[in-house]
Design a protein around this ligand. Structure first.
Ligand SMILES: [Ca+2]
Ligand SMILES: [Cu+2]
Length: 375
């Protein structure tokens, strides 16, 4: 399939993206009745393999994957209006060990790749007439999706109020032609579509994580916690991730130290030494997104009476909001997540996005297998 399933020109990427980002949430998860989470059984490894530079070793093991309903708890530590149904049922998953990038891929790293290969990202490429035979000419311009705060409070039921398609927005110009990444070498690269992330990973001798690998790693060996670091959003008042404070989408007050994106590794790492697995920028995973994937996986495992091993995602994408759009999984949430709107900085929750849609809060990190697979 082409860039997307409908012929509306690049602008059509916007709504698709936005549904991806729009899942809302508003209540707590702490006081949730009893949890179906079971302990994480981490693989015991005698001699830890040495991780490549910039990566950490993730031992793998068996864990409970998914998220409880954040709206059902009645507690106070997290909130949301979205029950996150796609993150249930909780189910046991085994993942083998692997290496993972400590941080999101930075502008500096991505620039090396582009210099070495001449790679041109999706956002830099003018959509072609062949791909979008019916699109008005003025829509056939290279660009991408950019967040824009609203002048005042708005209903949170239409993300087009704060997202726009910006001509000339790309990874070097995340908010459009007048913006730049000068002095931002240690910031995560954004405006990355799935093929861009994949091309980088291949060049680096790595790959993108599966959704199960991502969540296993982000949980850091803990089990059943709402956040990568524990049960409270701000333990002892401390900010543990870069997310949005203040009224969304009007003004990000930056109480956590950053209004907007932060350089990588400005918040404490999780127990595996991974930075920013919550907030800052969304990260691509290699799985297709299906809203009912966990149900199918859990049912199949139940039937076979065995734990799902190294799941690779469903064969095809399916989002009930946009059933024919090719979406892959996003994880981790971004600097735009907030307890008023989208609480996808919660570690077991899921995001999704059309594969050729980038945005100024969407990046990635890579993983690497322990041994090169036999050719
Ligand atoms: Ca922030
Ligand atoms: Cu969010």
């Amino acid at each position: 399939m082409g860039r997307q399933s409908e012929n509306k020109g690049r602008k059509a990427r916007l709504p698709e993206l936005l549904l991806a980002l729009s899942a809302l949430a508003f209540l707590p998860c702490q006081a949730m009745a009893e949890s179906a989470f079971q302990p994480t059984l981490t693989n015991q490894i005698e001699k830890q393999p040495k991780a490549p530079p910039g990566m950490v070793f993730i031992p793998g093991g068996e864990f409970s994957m998914g998220s409880l309903d954040p709206t059902s708890g009645g507690g106070t530590s997290c909130s949301g209006s979205d029950p996150m149904k796609d993150a249930r049922p909780l189910h046991r998953v085994y993942v083998s060990g692997f290496f993972m990038d400590k941080t999101e891929v930075t502008n500096e790293q991505f620039e090396k790749f582009v210099k070495a290969t001449g790679y041109k990202t999706v956002a830099e490429t003018k959509p072609s007439r062949e791909e979008f035979p019916n699109a008005p000419e003025e829509n056939l311009v290279a660009g991408s999706t950019v967040f824009t705060p609203t002048p005042g409070a708005v209903p949170l039921n239409n993300f087009l109020r704060w997202w726009r398609y910006e001509k000339g927005a790309d990874w070097r110009h995340p908010q459009g032609p007048k913006s730049s990444i000068k002095g931002r070498s240690r910031y995560p690269v954004v405006q990355i579509a799935y093929p861009d992330a994949e091309a980088y990973a291949k060049w680096a001798g790595k790959r993108l994580p599966t959704e199960a690998e991502w969540e296993f790693a982000a949980r850091g060996g803990l089990s059943g916690e709402t956040y990568a670091w524990g049960s409270e959003l701000n333990p002892q008042g401390r900010y543990m991730a870069n997310y949005w404070q203040g009224q969304f989408p009007v003004k990000d007050t930056g109480l956590d130290g950053f209004a907007g994106m932060a350089p990588v590794a400005k918040f404490p790492p999780n127990k595996y030494g991974l930075y920013d697995v919550a907030g800052n920028v969304w990260e691509w995973c290699s799985d297709w997104y299906r809203a009912d994937y966990y149900q199918k996986l859990a049912a199949a495992a139940e039937e076979k009476k065995e734990v799902v091993k190294n799941p690779q995602g469903p064969e095809q994408a399916w989002d009930p909001h946009e059933p024919r759009v090719a979406k892959r999984v996003h994880r981790g949430g971004s600097f735009l997540c907030s307890d008023q709107y989208c609480t996808r900085y919660m570690v077991g929750t899921r995001g999704k996005g059309e594969i050729n849609t980038a945005a100024d809060h969407l990046g990635f990190r890579c993983v690497k297998d322990l041994q090169e697979k036999a050719k």
